[in-house]
Design a protein around this ligand. Structure first.
Ligand code: EPU
Length: 339
């Protein structure tokens, strides 16, 4: 276990911005996670846990502590019954490799979350989701290092406090746990309609009427390739904003002026708006602000075209948030975590 000094965070986040980490360390086992915490504690340094850096933006000051990269490997079947297979995956495994392996095993439950960048251990933090599935639907439990009690714990699904793009790991217990493995219970049944609208449209357009996990995975990869820029070529953090959640009265109010505003009924008196649509209506789609481009195929995504600092990104973000607030009276929020 080594602490490497003065490592530029822009090389470890897909937005490619941010100052230096005072130290960076890699953990390949759960014991190494504990060792790194002990080392940091002995020097009174804070820790920030980084996965693939695809949902994190780093500020220009960098991080005056230890950035811990979790590289714990592993993929094993831990239970198998007639209807389902349960797998345990190391937190450091690439998320899309995990999806690919389960699709190759004809398992269903995470196939529409294909081609999402990042690590498996990071997926529960923001309750990753796409095309009608989210990890909360299949996650049975996870193991983690609890830095508060200096012990390893198993948390059941209900303990994780999942909601839309949220969990205790970025909310009430932020900074407490380091996820070391994730246990998913996946179905042996083939995927069945109804599918999420964009996916159903793709199937209709391409004359696809029979479904396997592989067919669904291939469709999602194709849809995403057209709408979401590849972070290896165009630096970005996926959706930069969350879809806004509003009360029914507010939606009714907005629909008077904007009858076509897309909204998804969450079933609890609240409605999810398409923040991409809101941003598009302000006229900012395709525009470049402070070197950050509002992606011309999906306004939820910001691409770092020529921003030289986090300050540029923050200025662009704040202008977009203000434009949406001024036009609709809706407060939108950043999705990626901040170092
Ligand atoms: N829309 C617009 N203009 C835009 C973008 C979207 O009008 O510029 C409209 C679309 O026409 C559609 C609606 O907004 O009616 C929803 O769009 P889409 O299905 O593309 O999904 P999204 O809300 O933009 C969310 C997730 C994505 C996920 C997709 C598919 C969030 C913050 N984003 O995007 O997740 O892949 O659904 O399920 O929930 C991510 O989190 O990084 C991410 C990419």
């Amino acid at each position: 276990m080594d602490l490497h000094p003065n490592i530029p965070l822009k090389n470890f986040t897909t937005m490619r911005l941010g100052g230096p980490a005072r130290f960076m360390a890699e953990a390949r086992t759960q014991e190494e996670v504990a060792e790194i915490y002990h080392a940091a504690k002995s020097q009174s340094l804070p820790i920030f846990v980084l996965g693939g850096g695809s949902n994190v933006v780093a500020n220009d000051q960098g991080f005056n502590g230890v950035v811990l990269r979790v590289r714990i490997p592993g993929f094993e079947v831990i239970a198998d019954d007639p209807g389902s297979t349960t797998i345990r995956v190391g937190a450091g495994e690439t998320w899309d490799e995990t999806v690919k392996k389960t699709v190759d095993m004809n398992l269903s439950g995470i196939e529409t979350m294909s081609a999402i960048p990042g690590t498996t251990g990071a997926a529960p933090v923001q309750n990753v989701g796409a095309y009608g599935q989210e990890i909360a639907d299949t996650l049975q439990s996870l193991t983690a290092y609890d830095s508060q009690t200096d012990s390893f714990v198993t948390l059941a699904n209900v303990d994780c406090g999942f909601s839309y793009r949220d969990s205790i790991f970025r909310g009430s217990q932020k900074g407490r746990y380091v996820i070391t493995s994730v246990t998913l219970k996946l179905s042996k049944s083939a995927p069945q309609p109804p599918f999420y609208d964009a996916l159903q449209k793709y199937f209709d357009d391409n004359g696809i009427h029979a479904f396997t996990q592989q067919i669904v995975r291939d469709a999602v990869i194709d849809i995403r390739a057209n709408k979401l820029p590849d972070p290896k070529l165009l630096p970005n953090s996926g959706s930069f904003f969350k879809n806004a959640i509003i009360e029914e009265w507010k939606l009714n109010d907005l629909r008077v002026s904007y009858p076509d505003m897309p909204a998804y009924d969450m079933g609890d008196g609240k409605f999810k708006l398409s923040t991409g649509w809101l941003i598009e209506q302000t006229g900012l789609k395709g525009q470049v602000l402070h070197g950050m481009k509002v992606h011309d195929k999906n306004s939820l995504v910001l691409i770092n075209e020529s921003a030289s600092s986090y300050t540029d990104l923050a200025s662009a973000r704040d202008e977009i948030i203000s434009a949406v607030r001024d036009k609709f009276g809706v407060q939108i929020e950043q999705e990626p975590l901040e170092i």
